[in-house]
Ligand binder design. Structure first.
Ligand SMILES: [Cu+2]
Length: 125
């Protein structure tokens, strides 16, 4: 998934980018029940570009079925297959995207590459 991290570094102009559609497609085939768990993490996301970036990054993580970030609360909700990944792995994926995950601080290099409007010093906007 590392190559994906290079993609979202454009300015925050394309809010309407239909990223959310792409991420839901692969999970649709999955049988609904066995071994599916949900985890929630508080992130440092501040805008819709952060939302798109995090959701896209998590969607490509192994075992992830869906990832939805609520921008006002900064809470990321991930549905995943418990035999394929763990909450710790998912938090690491958030860090590597440039965002804090609960008590874990964002990966510095990824954070530095975020556009200015996505820095966590900004208020939610
Ligand atoms: Cu942002």
């Amino acid at each position: 998934m590392k190559f994906l991290l290079a993609l979202p570094f454009f300015a925050c102009l394309n809010f309407a980018a239909p990223v959310a559609q792409a991420q839901t497609a692969p999970a649709a085939v999955q049988a609904a029940t066995s071994g599916v768990a949900t985890a929630q993490f508080k992130t440092s996301a501040v805008c819709d570009m952060c939302k798109a970036r995090i959701e896209k990054s998590l969607a490509y993580e192994k075992g992830v079925q869906s990832a939805v970030l609520d921008v006002p609360t900064k809470v990321l909700t991930v549905t995943y297959k418990a035999d394929k990944t763990t909450p710790a792995t998912l938090r690491t994926a958030v860090q590597k995207t440039g965002y804090d995950a609960d008590e874990l601080t964002a990966d510095a290099r990824a954070y530095n590459r975020l556009p200015d409007c996505c820095k966590k010093t900004n208020p939610v906007h």
